[in-house]
Design a protein around this ligand. Structure first.
Ligand code: DP6
Length: 354
């Protein structure tokens, strides 16, 4: 399989169904960052301090249906059949307010989301969630947005969601840090990056599927505010990103893996140095990391990355994925292990399929 630039075929679909019936459905996949997003420079606009780069997965789709209800006084949101409450509900309602302001509408929405990724486990459920919501809500409210504008919109829900608009490997631009907010908002979107023909896989070890103790939002704020390691990491991440793009263009999995692993370990170092420290890595995380080093010693190219949780994602060649999965299972017998390839970007679902 050739890994190519699979962009979201959103524009045409959206224009054809936009505003037809005040309803739309969309699907999106999570993405795993190889160059991490960690730190905002504007919390309201969700503008990151650094560029990031991810692979969209072909696993764990989120499907979201949005139906406008002229009679409703509040938005209703369910996740896997259960009503959302508290902060999660507030975040979705705030996102819908943003869409309504743009659409000049006051109509409330009924939102049903089916999520197949373990929510809150550091597997980027907010990325697929807000990407699917952005595409479905924009269509239901009749905003005629192209994929770039949808990426900017999804960003407002959760930064990493900006990247799930696109398939394959994707870069999210931070935009110019000195620009005024309106200009910076326009410049901070994701787009696919060119990659050579190679067949990567991410072996995902879910060592703990429970919700995390500290949200990534709070943890990144604390890291930026208090960690003496934050600025050096942010600077080195810029170089990592340039080198990652070059490695992907060459189809050089070893280089891409080395860069991804050091970038992730560096991000966790910034958190460990925060005051108080944020530590997402668990004993099982380190056992899996040892297994990854063991694989490399045996000549199997395998490189680890971790997000805001204890789970480990191992970048390897598709042909080695079985062996990598076995090694991971051996190291963490209680872990659920999944193998993902590059997936497609967010898209509207056809009327007939809803
Ligand atoms: C560690 O996108 O969940 O997964 O913008 O506050 O919603 P918010 O944060 P979120 O953070 C993801 C952080 C990360 C790294 C990454 O995906 O780049």
């Amino acid at each position: 399989m050739r890994v190519d630039q699979r962009t979201a075929p959103v524009r045409n679909h959206e224009r054809s169904t936009a505003a037809t019936a005040g309803r739309a459905a969309a699907v999106a996949h999570p993405n795993i960052a190889l160059i991490k997003y960690w730190g905002k420079r504007d919390e309201h606009l969700v503008l990151p301090r650094t560029d990031s780069l991810s692979m969209t997965l072909d696993l764990f789709p989120t499907t979201t249906r949005v139906v406008l209800d002229p009679a409703a006084e509040q938005d209703t949101v369910t996740l896997n059949g259960l009503p959302l409450t508290g902060e999660a509900q507030r975040r979705v309602a705030a996102f819908l307010d943003l869409v309504r302001r743009r659409a000049g509408s006051s109509r409330r929405a009924v939102v049903h989301t089916e999520n197949t990724v373990p929510t809150g486990a550091g597997l980027a459920s907010s990325a697929s969630g807000f990407a699917a919501l952005a595409v479905a809500a924009a269509a239901a409210y009749g905003l005629g947005l192209d994929a770039t504008a949808l990426s900017r919109l999804a960003r407002r829900g959760s930064g990493s969601a900006a990247r799930s608009l696109f398939g394959g490997f994707v870069q999210w631009h931070a935009g110019p840090s000195s620009a005024p907010p309106t200009e910076a908002d326009l410049a901070s979107y994701a787009e696919p990056v060119p990659v050579a023909a190679f067949e990567p896989a991410l072996v995902i070890a879910v060592v703990n599927a429970g919700p995390k103790a500290v949200s990534s939002r709070a943890a990144m704020r604390r890291t930026v505010d208090t960690s003496p390691l934050y600025q050096p990491w942010a600077r080195s991440s810029e170089r990592d990103l340039a080198e990652m793009r070059a490695a992907l263009r060459r189809g050089d999995l070893d280089a891409a893996g080395e860069i991804a692993e050091r970038n992730a370990l560096g991000m966790h170092a910034t958190m460990l140095a925060a005051r108080p420290a944020v530590r997402y890595l668990a004993p099982a995380t380190l056992t899996v990391l040892d297994a990854v080093i063991g694989l490399r010693q045996e000549g199997v190219p395998a490189y680890a990355t971790m997000d805001a949780g204890p789970n480990v994602k191992v970048l390897c060649h598709r042909t080695d994925a079985g062996r990598v999965a076995d090694a991971v299972r051996g190291a963490a017998p209680d872990a659920a292990v999944h193998t993902a390839g590059p997936g497609t970007g967010a898209r509207l679902l056809d009327e007939a399929r809803r």
